[in-house]
Design a protein around this ligand. Structure first.
Ligand code: GDP
Ligand code: IMO
Ligand code: MG
Length: 440
């Protein structure tokens, strides 16, 4: 009981306007931490990415995977906002809302809003995403094929179509006709079938009619919330090393999962933000291609993958696994201004005889203490490890930091020391109460 009380006291500390970001390559457990913090927040806001995200939340024996809808939807009385920085596949969003409703989760215009200036992921974006990956051959990025890159490219090229256009069918038809003419020519150049105008148009307008009650001026909605001193929680998708600017380009996504993205992707200015929480796994994973210095592609990586159930929730692909990389997390702390870290999946390491933390990279004679901006150097770097003894006992039922085995505490303290960030939450299982709140 004492643990519960301190837990709730701790939750109160999270209030105000908080940005939660992934500190690695995505899938850090952001959804499950959002689900915890959402209890005391009124608004939960997605600000970037699209349905490439897969945020899994366990509530009792029920498992939900959210792709576009903020994870706060699983709590009643919250307002979930899909901000202007998100790229929205309208058909996928209709599917996600319907699926949640079928499972008894209320999704109405009282608890969900979608920005009218969010750009749409169009059917040709998804096809092009796939065709370009095939054409790249072994240089492929390993995208989720959700059309994210092509949709953001259209937005920046000023050839995108925004959700508000769906509410004006005549205008939408006009724009779609123009966009299809160009994109169908591109599809043909890849040897793919062009998209039929009428069927494509009708499918999207149907989704528009369904989504109409949700589409609004989210910038004004959020500013009203700020004026009313409501608590707001920004739900980052993907992770810092997948950021289009700060990630391992070109092996990245096309948005800004970093904390700066929350301001641009919602309209809330930086001086309104009170805190930034970074979420990291107690080890590291990456799904898709690209450099991953601490990757273990042998038996150890397989063991982490199996015990951690490291399979993507959006694509089902196996996640690459390796040791905790403090260089990466230090970089994330710096870029995002992380005030505190939530460390997830500690329990996955319960059986390890010893553990390693990467504290630097060696490239030839050069020692890097931060992530090199030169991709070629990053590809060639060899991790410098510090080794820690394992604890070899289950942590799953532990709810207080002081009850953790000594070696687990030493390991967590090393993560905090090497990344320079205090720890605030540790999770030892996927459910809400598999949580340890740490008083820094
Ligand atoms: P997200 O994309 O950052 O929200 O993370 P995902 O949901 O894609 O991946 C995290 C996975 O780890 C999910 O399957 C969670 O249910 C699971 N998970 C989260 N926290 C823990 C934990 O502390 N222990 C274990 N064993 N699993 C966890
Ligand atoms: P969440 O929010 C992990 C990866 C893809 C690929 C790269 C580009 O669940 O943490 P994209 O489809 O975005 O163009 O793919 O980014 N990726 C993710 N990896 N978690 C995610 O989301 C991801 N979203 C995209 O695997 O390497
Ligand atoms: Mg995920």
């Amino acid at each position: 009981m004492a643990g519960m009380i301190s837990a709730f006291l701790r939750l109160d500390d999270f209030m105000a306007i908080t940005i939660l970001v992934g500190g690695q390559w995505g899938d850090e457990g952001k959804g499950r931490i959002i689900d915890l913090l959402a209890e005391r927040s009124k608004y939960v806001v997605r600000y970037q990415g699209g349905s490439n995200a897969g945020h899994e939340v366990h509530i009792g024996s029920d498992v939900y995977v959210l792709h576009l809808i903020p994870s706060g939807i699983l709590h009643s009385g919250k307002v979930c906002v899909i901000g202007n920085g998100v790229v929205v596949d309208p058909v996928a969003l209709v599917g996600e809302i319907s699926e949640l409703r079928k499972r008894g989760i209320s999704v109405t215009s009282d608890n969900m809003a979608v920005s009218d200036t969010a750009h749409m992921v169009m059917p040709y974006h998804k096809i092009l995403d796939e065709l370009r990956e095939i054409r790249k051959g072994k240089l492929k990025i390993g995208t989720t094929k959700r059309g994210i890159g092509p949709a953001y490219a259209d937005k920046v090229s000023r050839t995108g179509i925004r959700l508000q256009e769906l509410l004006r069918p005549a205008v939408f038809r006009e724009k779609l006709r123009m966009r299809l003419a160009e994109n169908n020519a591109v599809l043909r150049s890849y040897g793919a079938k062009p998209l039929p105008f009428e069927a494509t148009c009708e499918e999207l307008l149907r989704a528009g009619r369904f989504l109409k009650p949700f589409i609004c001026d989210s910038v004004m909605l959020l500013h009203q919330a700020v004026a009313q001193k409501r608590d707001i929680l920004f739900e980052g998708a993907q992770g810092t090393l997948l950021d289009i600017d700060y990630g391992t380009y070109p092996y990245v996504t096309s948005s800004h999962p970093t904390s700066g993205g929350a301001c641009v992707g919602s309209g809330i200015p930086p001086n309104r933000i009170d805190r930034v929480v970074g979420v990291v796994k107690a080890y590291t994973t990456r799904v898709g291609e690209g450099p991953f210095p601490t990757e273990h592609d042998g038996a150890l990586g397989e063991k982490m993958q199996r015990i951690g159930d490291e399979f993507g929730r959006t694509t089902g692909r196996g996640r690459r696994c390796g040791w905790f990389d403090a260089v990466v997390t230090r970089f994330s702390r710096m870029i995002n201004g992380i005030d505190e870290l939530a460390v997830t999946k500690l329990d996955v390491l319960d059986d390890m005889p010893e553990l390693k933390i990467c504290v630097g990279y060696r490239v030839g004679p050069k020692l890097y203490e931060s992530v090199p901006s030169d991709l070629e150097a990053l590809k060639r770097c060899r991790p410098v490890y510090q080794t820690y003894p394992g604890w070899r006992t289950s942590t799953k039922h532990i709810r207080k930091f002081e009850d953790l085995p000594k070696n687990a505490r030493l390991y967590l303290e090393a993560i905090s020391r090497h990344t320079g960030a205090p720890l605030s939450i540790i999770s030892v299982g996927p459910r809400r109460d598999d949580t340890i709140y740490v008083k820094s």
